[in-house]
Design a protein around this ligand. Structure first.
Ligand code: FAD
Length: 457
């Protein structure tokens, strides 16, 4: 089977665009590699354009070959991690800019353009693509759309899907379609675009996206407040939310994350910091300054220190925040991170719940993330070469999902379900599961598109 499959794929897209056998771990892992998740695949195929993608999907459809779309491979849910019978379809060669219209704040790019490049294109035109997920130099815009990725500034501006006006994709039926008109408003059809957003490669392969941009705010003025307890920090977040102020970002770090990122902080963090809140005002110089002053007042209550940053130090503070995930990983060499989400007024309980769970299972834990969205990167840290610790973390992960649900929350705020959380997703209500399965059958009647990910069948 494999030999004829490889020969057929090479005939379809050329010798150089097919990698087989797949020995390089780069194609077989994603962000869950820190928890030792590794797959296998018959081949990796690297099409050059949407036509070649369509040829590959058509072939898989005729021969019943499971197909795993792959973007930058930074996902945290093992959605791009393949299994032995599957082929990986990598979008890394679809890198064209289809259109660029700064005057109407719009940009269309192919799926393999990285998130950082999209943001750079916008910036060059004096504009902003607000979604700012953490691994933007590696993640691709197609992957961001397929996971509906978030990021710190999505608190004010909304997650990726809000900025997508149209999607070109090859569906599991083999058809190349464009859904969404690219117009700012259009209610002439059901919102099929929204179904592809966050579909994690289970309905089709995204080949290009049309994006809405916005004028870049003139200044960014962050504030970092540090608290002697998680309760005080969480209550400051709640107070800020209740005040009606809308910071551009409202992030938090629990004590483990603070300890892991202490060495890279651009300044001095006070000892005994149990919780930190990083917020930002943006806009015109006068407007942002007024908003920053208001945020300082709101966060001061209960804080042991408040750092008021100016525009020149904002970049250093955000570079530090971006490095938190790597700092947590560096602590013991392994980590298992889940991105549970809870109602914002339950954030403090969730942070303490994660700590308590860690104490129960004998693993160091921490949380950090998007306080304003109630979204926690709840993590177990362990030595990756220690199989006992790894097993303990893997067994304890479902209890994080139980914790989220018990607080009225959900198992994933932004990383998605992938293969890693499929069992937990079975806990959704039966009607939702049934409707999802029906939609999957319409888009992917043969079940070749990323089977075993996202949608429990
Ligand atoms: C250090 C670090 C920080 C992170 N920070 C954030 C964060 O702040 N916010 C956040 O939301 N996520 C974050 N992530 C997770 C990850 O970066 C995002 O989920 C990202 O959107 C994945 O994009 P990717 O291109 O790497 O996709 P991949 O990992 O390659 O794939 C993810 C899923 O999308 C599917 N897919 C990928 N491309 C396509 C396509 N073209 N068509 C159809 N399906 C496709 C795959 O099959 C898979 O199911 C972080 C990850 C790391 C390692």
């Amino acid at each position: 089977m494999t030999a004829s499959l490889i020969a057929d794929l090479r005939r379809l897209v050329g010798e150089a665009a097919v990698i087989a056998p797949v020995e390089d771990r780069r194609w077989l892992a994603d962000g869950t590699e820190s928890a030792a998740v590794l797959g296998a695949a018959q081949a990796v195929v690297r099409p050059a354009d949407a036509d070649e993608v369509q040829r590959i999907v058509g072939y898989c459809l005729r021969h019943g070959v499971p197909l795993i779309p792959r973007g930058g491979g930074t996902g945290y849910a093992a959605g791009a991690v393949p299994f032995a019978e599957a082929i990986v379809l990598s979008l890394d060669r679809l890198r064209a800019v289809r259109s660029r219209h700064p005057e109407t704040w719009s940009l269309a790019v192919e799926a393999g353009v990285t998130t950082a490049e999209v943001r750079r294109f916008a910036r060059e035109d004096g504009l902003l693509f607000p979604p700012d997920p953490g691994a933007q130099e590696q993640s691709q815009i197609g992957g961001n759309v397929a996971t509906n990725a978030g990021g710190p500034h999505c608190f004010k501006y909304g997650v990726t899907g809000r900025w997508v006006t149209a999607i070109e994709a090859v569906l599991g039926t083999g058809e190349l379609v464009r859904v969404g008109s690219g117009l700012p408003k259009d209610v002439a059809t059901l919102d099929l675009r929204a179904l592809l957003v966050g579909s994690e490669g289970t309905l089709g392969v995204i080949t290009a996206v049309w994006l809405r941009l916005m004028p870049e705010p003139a200044v960014r003025l962050p504030v970092l407040a540090v608290y002697p307890s998680a309760e005080q920090g969480a209550s400051a977040v709640a107070q800020a939310m209740a005040s009606g102020v809308v910071p551009a970002a409202l992030e938090f770090l629990d004590r483990g994350a603070i300890a892991a990122a202490r060495a890279t902080y651009p300044g001095d963090l006070p000892d005994g910091a149990e919780f930190a809140v990083l917020a930002e005002a943006d806009g015109t110089p006068a407007g942002a300054a007024a908003e920053q002053a208001l945020i300082v007042e709101l966060l001061r209550d209960g804080a042991s220190s408040v750092v008021v940053a100016d525009a020149s130090t904002a970049a250093a503070l955000w570079a530090w925040r971006d490095g938190v995930s790597l700092g947590v990983l560096a602590r013991h060499g392994g980590k298992l991170s889940e991105d549970i989400v809870v109602p914002i007024d339950r954030l403090g309980e969730a942070v303490l719940g994660v700590r308590a769970l860690g104490a129960e299972v004998g693993l160091e834990t921490t949380s950090w993330g998007h306080a304003g969205d109630g979204n926690l990167h709840a993590s177990f840290m362990f030595d990756r070469s220690d199989p006992v610790a790894l097993a303990r973390a893997t067994e304890a992960a479902p209890r994080l999902f139980d914790l989220a649900r018990s607080l009225g929350g959900s198992i994933s705020g932004e990383h998605g379900v992938g293969r890693f959380k499929l069992e937990a997703a079975r806990g959704l209500d039966p009607v939702t599961l049934g409707v999802q399965a029906s939609i999957k059958r319409v888009f992917d009647p043969a079940g070749i598109m990323n089977p075993g990910a996202k949608i429990p069948l």
